[in-house]
Design a protein. Structure first.
Lengths: 296, 394
């Protein structure tokens, strides 16, 4: 059922005065997690920006129960916690909130293990496409051509397609989401919370500091990623892929905005060559074509 | 009570069942594997009502039991050697979070080369993590100490995790008669789980975010240190209570064997303490030497007071270590020296490095090292060499 912003709970889960940078997409995402899951959520958070955003102990800028945990452990900690809640008969939704490193790189074996076991948790990958907390180093989620502090002349490799890898784990629910489409993300979270087993949601999260753009533009850039077709919103329940409403118009290639519109306002693509641009366009087409094959 | 023939690993699994553990997670590694196999079987047969999380690595095994224990249930894991090393950062995290968990470590050589035989280096590598560490001598002690460790770690004066260490194959795969207590006795001994906090939905408790005050962070470490000190009394109490309920005791932090009139002491941890007892008997009966043995049952907390008490007026002590801190000596040797120095006791102490990488050491070997050491110290009043590498007899 479509969600109206008006009907969302007013309870605040992201408190004023936390340590996030201006325009931080993680703060936005956490707010939506609170709106979607409310007091049912227990968060497991590995190293990453959210470890800092919480603010300084013994205080907390987030109104969730949070276990901060070592990098490569989050899905296993969540699996154990979820098991304990089941044993005790307590109602809780255990959510891993991890960055692209904690998900796709250092955390990947743990993620894959929990997914294969179908542990009853939701994993949210908040993907800002580099290791931002340590100061903008490349990750497997950094797109081709993007500048980072460890790829000064632009990344040479393409972005690893984690949502599809998770789809191939045959888990009950996989979705992509974007901070620019809160109701879509909240709907997906609510759907995930009703499904037993392992749920994976990959949240696209443009980072003003790391991507080199004006902090006022976080939502606009996230929206452009969808409108150019560079980020495709879909979900897959029981392996059945459905393109989500915000991305539906862009199944038609002619309706997609040119990816240059998305790239040119980001400092990290300042030195982009025509050759890389063409390659990125080709990758967008390939991604769409593969996903549409899976959705029929 | 029922006398059963159990391997060390099955004794551990039986203890875990008797402790009514609710969540188990482990990754197989030789020679720990039969613990997790036995527990899986118990769960499938309905003998044990617990959730088994069959993880993809040891790092995840300790992470999963940490999650479960933080969520409020009694949890257990087991590993060996490289598995324990792979868990390393999680050991620090669990101890720092003050979450009681019991882990069995079947101590095994660290590579390279690949080697599955006994060696205490894996356990000793974790001495500073804040985990209680007990080494057992036989399978009965493996069962008893595992159950006791749940009570000790869940005592509010302690609230630290604990390792029960047993030697690869010498205990893990060797069958011995083990007296298995009735469930009702274990229930009388082991109260329902207590822990400092439980993660629940709706209660915005946060663990582990960045500290505002570094001194407060430093105080957390001091608290672990103090809890470890307090654990000494809790361990002794648990040992007496176990004796009262089950009728058996192994000693608290240490067991002293034929120490009453001893002049020269052997000191060790783990399964080969059994061989040391035979060596003591042999040296006393054959040579009339007044030799005693200090079995260090708990390496953490370290029983400095006991060591000082026994060695205060001793003529010499020889510490046998199955691991080495390169350029210094064996970990038990180092702790014994530090304990004596802190009390101004000047008893000559020799550290013998032996049995590393599973090299076999017999009670005759141990007795021979003692004979040489005793004659040396009686002649010179000191040891020529403080650290001696001993490779065993021909």
């Amino acid at each position: 059922m479509p969600i109206s912003i008006k009907d969302l709970p007013k309870e605040k889960y992201v408190l004023p005065g936390n340590a996030a940078c201006p325009g931080c997409p993680e703060n936005m995402g956490l707010r939506f997690v609170g709106m979607a899951l409310g007091s049912k959520a227990i968060l497991v958070v590995p190293a990453g920006c959210t470890a800092v955003i919480q603010g300084l102990a013994p205080g907390s800028g987030l109104n969730f129960p949070i276990l901060n945990v070592p990098f490569a452990s989050s899905d296993s900690v969540a699996a154990g916690l979820s098991s304990a809640k089941k044993v005790l008969g307590e109602d809780a939704t255990v959510v891993v909130w991890a960055g692209d490193g904690g998900t796709a790189d250092i955390g990947f074996a743990t993620l894959s293990g929990a997914a294969e076991r179908n542990d009853d948790i939701i994993h949210i990958c908040v993907d800002n496409e580099a290791y931002m907390n340590t100061g903008i180093q490349r990750s497997s989620q950094t797109p081709l051509g993007a500048w980072t502090t460890t790829t000064l002349s632009g990344k040479k490799e393409r972005k690893k397609d984690v949502p599809l890898i998770m789809l191939m784990h045959r888990i009950p629910y996989v979705a992509t989401a974007s901070v620019a489409y809160p109701t879509d993300f909240i709907e997906k979270l609510r759907k995930a919370s009703t499904i037993k087993g392992f749920k994976y949601i990959h949240l696209h999260a443009p980072c003003p500091v790391g991507w080199r753009f004006d902090p006022a533009l976080t939502a606009s850039i996230a929206r452009l990623a969808v409108e150019t077709g560079m980020w495709i919103l879909f979900d897959a329940e029981g392996g059945k892929v459905t393109i989500s409403p915000p991305s539906k118009p862009f199944i038609d290639k002619s309706r997609r905005k040119p990816i240059r519109e998305y790239l040119s306002i980001q400092g990290r693509f300042r030195n982009l060559t025509d050759e890389i641009l063409k390659e990125l366009e080709k990758q967008v087409d390939e991604n769409w074509s593969l996903l549409l094959k899976l959705s029929t | 009570m029922a006398l059963k023939t159990l391997t060390g690993n099955y004794a551990i699994a039986t203890a875990v069942k008797l402790a009514r553990v609710k969540v188990i997670s482990a990754y197989p590694i030789t020679p720990q594997t039969t613990i997790v196999e036995k527990l899986s079987e118990m769960i499938e047969l309905g003998e044990l009502e617990a959730d088994m999380i069959r993880v993809e690595s040891e790092h995840s095994a300790l992470a999963a039991v940490y999650g479960a224990a933080s969520g409020g249930v009694r949890s257990f894991t087991a590993t060996s050697s490289h598995g324990l090393l792979y868990m390393h950062e999680m050991l620090w995290w669990v101890a720092g979070a003050r979450i009681p968990i019991v882990m069995a470590v079947v101590s095994r050589t660290i590579g390279p080369p690949w080697n599955i035989w006994t060696d205490h280096s894996d356990v000793m590598d974790h001495r500073d993590t804040g985990w209680l560490i007990t080494f057992v001598e036989n399978n009965q002690e493996a069962l008893d100490e595992t159950i006791k460790l749940f009570r000790i770690t869940e005592d509010k004066r302690v609230y630290l995790p604990g390792i029960v260490a047993l030697d690869a194959f010498i205990l893990s795969h060797t069958t011995e008669p083990v007296d298995v207590p009735d469930q009702s006795l274990v229930d009388a001994f082991l109260p329902p789980r207590e822990q400092p906090y439980v993660f629940r939905a709706g209660n915005p408790l946060v663990l582990g975010n960045i500290p505002r005050d570094l001194k407060w962070n430093m105080r957390m470490r001091e608290d672990v240190h103090k809890a470890m000190e307090r654990a000494k009394k809790v361990i002794e109490e648990a040992d007496h209570l176990w004796e009262k309920i089950v009728g058996r005791r192994h000693g608290g932090l240490t067991e002293c064997y034929r120490c009453e009139d001893a002049k020269h002491f052997m000191i060790g941890v783990g399964a080969w303490v059994g061989d040391m007892k035979e060596a003591v008997d042999y040296l006393r009966d054959r040579f009339g030497l007044r030799v005693g043995l200090i079995k260090v049952r708990y390496f953490r907390p370290f029983p400095s007071e006991d060591i000082i008490k026994w060695l205060n007026n001793a003529a010499s002590a020889v510490v046998f270590d199955r691991s080495i801190s390169p350029s210094v000596g064996g970990p038990v040797f180092i702790e014994v020296l530090a304990s004596l120095a802190s009390a101004g006791v000047r008893t000559p102490v020799r550290g013998v490095i032996a049995g590393l990488a599973g090299v076999d050491v017999t009670h005759e070997d141990l007795a021979n090292v003692m004979l040489t050491s005793i004659s040396e110290v009686e002649e010179l009043g000191a040891f020529k060499q403080n650290v001696l590498w001993f490779y065993g007899g021909e």
